[in-house]
Design a binder for this molecule. Sequence first.
Ligand SMILES: [Zn+2]
Length: 525
Amino acid sequence: MRPQAEPSKLLDRGGRPTVRELLSSLVFNPVDGTISLNGDRIVVQRAAVGSELRRELIRLLGAEEAKVFLIRLGFLTGQADARFVRTRWPHLDIGDAFTAGTRMHTFSGVVRVETVYNDFDFRKGRFAAEFLWHDSVEASHFRNPHHAAEPMCWTQIGYASGYATEFFNTLVIYKEIECAAQGHRHCRVVGKPASAWGASDPEVIFFRERVVGQQEITPSVSVARTHIAHSHLSELDGVLLRPVKDLLDRFAMMGLPVLVTGAAGTGRSRAACYLHRLGHSSPPEPRHVIGSDVDVALCSEIAQPGKQSRRGPIPKTVIIDEAQAIPVEMQSRLSRAIEDGILLGGPRVIALADSVDAFFGLSPALWSVLSPLHVRMPSFVERRQDCLNLAGIMVRLLASRMGIDLPEFDETATSVIAQTQWRGNLRQLRGVLTSVLALHQGGSITGEQIEVQLAKWASGPTPNDDASQGLGRQMLELMERNKVSLSDMERAVYQAAVDLADGNLSAAARLLGLSRPQLAYRLGS
Ligand SMILES: [Zn+2]
């Protein structure tokens, strides 16, 4: 669009995008007859259409309901524009992105905005602003001699409130204290959070009851999402995630990184997928990445939402499995990327790790970004009362998958299941039951059948817990026999790793699941 020539610097004032930049991203495509603003479709219509719409609404609904309708329409538009600015100019400083609202408002031709003061601090949630609105299109419907009795810029008040509400994530309300429709030279509006106006303020009550209404920002979204997630929660997940479900429900709404720890087979991935589904109403699949595959490309996807990646559309959630294996040289880049992503609306990062000891493989910066929302999945040894229930669900799932009739557990089977320490968690339970079903000849499943498969499992590759217990015993024996101390032993392990890595400290640290500085410190101490 070509702005009319004007000598002042109005077009280039304020942060980016400036009005001139906004106008230059407004494109008419003669091929398909569309107008777009930075990719989003725009429609041009005569201002008089708005007057006619308002007149018709008042005739059909009465003035009060028409006012509710138009404020609400403006509010939703303001929220949508705020989201548009954040996603289409993802690199903007949040203050620039916020004030882009006044510039969008200006170049939309609805009103010319003059800032009296605009005082905000996103970290403290502080906001207070006053603007003058010149030549408001809504006020122009009320020209002399029929001045209006009250302020009339309903859609615009709704728009400003919706835009700021979206940015501050709390209800912000603008009041029009003077309006050109009343005969003033211009309209004057003042904005503050609802909490600053006070709960008993009539406008706050009006906005809460009529504008935001049943869709009060946070609660309604969480109610809707919880409902959706319940319908997605499988029978297995229902039992598997029960000990942590309240925590997951709580964290899902927070949109921040979550760290899920626990041994393999305790349901870490299922917890991550549940968080993902709960956080989005119709989510695309989350992206799964193994910690050792974290690279520069992934970091920029996390930090720069909206930018199309080489791997396809940006996912809403990135699940990083084996977080302890994230390469040491990627850790500070990843922690910065996650911090940027939190500010700019990047995908949510959910990290899975074996245990809280994963800290010793993560840099303090990455740990501090990932760990505030922490979910620990209990092992099956800690929740033995659930194992029989889980076995029942698992055997139903497996029988249906394997295309065989569902057998029952006899009494001996239930007692074996209840008394077994399922150290390999769900993986062991599934493995044992799969073998039992594969060999089952009809009738009930017996305890003996389960014990046969448990014995095979025990003699096969042992799960981590057993392996480390065995190793622990061997080390104790060595220490006793050779009279070496624990710190000698530790130092020997660090030195062995350095030798194995040909003296390369970074590579040795990776072998040990440590950061390079951590290893250097331990070798030096
Ligand atoms: Zn006005």
